[in-house]
Ligand binder design. Structure first.
Ligand code: PLP
Length: 350
């Protein structure tokens, strides 16, 4: 089989793809595609209700949080968050890499940004100093850094709402929703196809700021404000059913730990490959690694493609190689990657 280790969009479970394929022609009844179905129809309303109910069950989202399904990706949230949550027009951002920097650049259009540098402890755990978070409307963290392959291991308490970009770890590991004011994520890694963004927001934080209608969170609470990404929502609902059938987020996290552990432990003892991140802050979903030589990294990528392992190139800002192992990547995908790295090592070890 072929496996795709892309950082996004990620793979979808094969059985979900087959179901989508079938409903492309027969959603409401024979001859009516899910793509053609009105977002105001009763059958689509079932999809919306079920999608939200499944996410609430999977993440234990309490009723005092609203769940919004928007477009524009996680990137649009980089500006909707400061636009909607500003009061003093001052925000704190923990700088953990490329995506957190993009988030703070957009926030600068709406106020002052205090940059907080992460703390790394002896075990390689990642945290931040809470006393630096003062007189701000919120603190923003990127829970999993897709490009750098790192994650927070400890989030200290702060007195301001914590806003989390969970684009690359939502549903892949446990997230304690009640610790956050907002959790947002582009769907395309662990939830479904691109074109859909989920925002889980504590209701008391939704205070109208007289924004243009789409950009105001209040427009989207408990209603479909405009035509949503209907096909992506339908696919996401099927993916969430699949996650529930697999045993929920707990089972996904267990699987993701097993998969990433298999790859990290190979990288640790390899004579050819090495991991780019060490210690407890290693991501469960994104693993950057290298042979230490650009030409050899490219040869490995080619070697892997010839064996059906796709999209192992590193991000241009980090270089090297990267394997993303989101929920739909089966255990065999991680094992196959290790086997192919071992075969390359046998051919290239000096
Ligand atoms: N935040 C993180 C952590 C990401 O990994 C990504 C995309 O990979 C984004 C934000 C941007 O998401 P989108 O492409 O949905 O705007």
């Amino acid at each position: 089989s072929t496996y795709t280790y892309s950082a996004g969009p990620g793979m979808l479970p094969k059985e979900v793809m087959q179901e989508i394929q079938q409903h492309l022609l027969t959603f409401e009844y024979d001859g009516i595609s899910i793509i053609e179905t009105s977002h105001r129809s009763e059958s689509f309303q079932h999809v919306v209700d079920s999608l939200e109910a499944r996410l609430r069950r999977l993440m234990h989202i309490p009723e005092n949080y609203a769940v919004l399904w928007l477009q524009g990706g996680a990137t649009l949230q980089f500006s909707m968050i400061p636009m909607n949550l500003r009061n003093q027009n001052r925000f704190a951002y923990v700088d953990t890499g490329v995506w957190s920097k993009k988030a703070m650049e957009d926030a600068k259009h709406f106020g002052q940004v205090d940059v907080i540098h992460p703390l790394i402890d002896e075990a390689g755990g990642m945290s931040f100093e809470p006393s630096l978070v003062q007189d701000v409307d919120y603190l923003h963290v990127t829970l999993n850094n897709t490009i750098e392959g790192t994650r927070f291991t400890n989030l200290p308490e702060t007195t301001v709402p914590i806003i989390a970009d969970a684009s690359s770890n939502i549903l892949a590991e446990h997230i304690d929703v009640e610790r956050f004011g907002v959790i947002y994520a582009g769907a395309q890694k662990n939830i479904g196809p691109a074109g859909l963004t989920v925002i889980i927001i504590r209701r008391d934080l939704i205070q109208s700021k007289e924004l243009p209608s789409y950009l105001d969170y209040a427009s989207h609470v408990d209603t479909l404000f405009n035509t949503p990404s209907t096909l992506s929502m339908y696919a996401a609902e099927r993916v969430l059913k699949w996650v529930e059938d697999q045993g929920g987020v707990e089972a996904m996290e267990r699987l993701n730990r097993e998969k990433s552990e298999a790859v990290y432990s190979f990288l640790e003892q390899s004579n050819v490959f090495s991991p780019l991140v060490s210690g407890e802050r290693r991501s469960l979903t994104n693993i950057p690694f290298t042979t230490g030589d650009h030409g050899r990294d490219l040869s490995f990528q080619q070697f892997a493609i010839e064996r059906g392992l796709l999209e192992l190139g590193g991000h241009r800002s980090v270089g090297g190689l990267r394997a993303s192992l989101y929920n739909a990547m089966p255990r065999e995908g991680a094992e196959r990657l290790v086997d192919v790295m071992r075969a390359f090592e046998e051919e290239n070890d000096v």
